[in-house]
Design a protein around this ligand. Structure first.
Ligand code: HEC
Length: 114
């Protein structure tokens, strides 16, 4: 895919996702807690549980200022990596916050499906 095609694909995905988020309202899928399954997945890839927990807190906090919290499994990891740098700038957050969000998203992808 060339850059322009990629940009359009991303914009379509983002639009579809935000419409889904808006339409879901209160029925939005809650973000998985940092429970035993998530902690086990974090240990398996040597990510500190505190970093994972901070990532979840950011996703439901600072990252939810403009849109509802986005469930890690709503996007492929590659799409998270694509969106995160832009979103960190929007939220005025630094690299350590980005690493925390990435850690939580990655670990939920590895944990048993929910
Ligand atoms: C200042 C408002 C604002 C803040 C703060 C914000 N976002 Fe967003 N976000 C948007 C808008 C607008 C879009 C849709 C357009 C786009 O993708 O740029 C979006 C889209 C997204 C998408 C879908 C992108 C895609 O390519 O499918 C994800 C994932 C996301 N945001 C995650 C985050 C995370 C994580 C944070 C915190 C680090 C965050 N957002 C903070 C405004 C914001």
């Amino acid at each position: 895919m060339n850059d322009v095609a990629r940009m359009f694909a991303r914009t379509r995905r983002a639009a579809a996702l935000l419409v889904a988020v808006a339409a879901a309202g209160c029925a939005l899928r809650p973000l998985p807690p940092v429970d035993a399954d998530v902690r086990t997945a974090a240990r398996a890839v040597a990510l500190p549980v505190e970093q994972v927990a901070r990532g979840r807190a950011l996703l439901v906090g600072a990252c939810a200022a403009c849109h509802a919290p986005i469930h890690p499994l709503d996007l492929e990891l590659a799409d998270w990596d694509d969106a995160l740098p832009r979103m960190l700038r929007k939220a005025d957050l630094g690299a350590d916050a980005g690493a925390a969000v990435r850690a939580y998203v990655q670990v939920v992808h590895l944990a048993p499906v929910r």
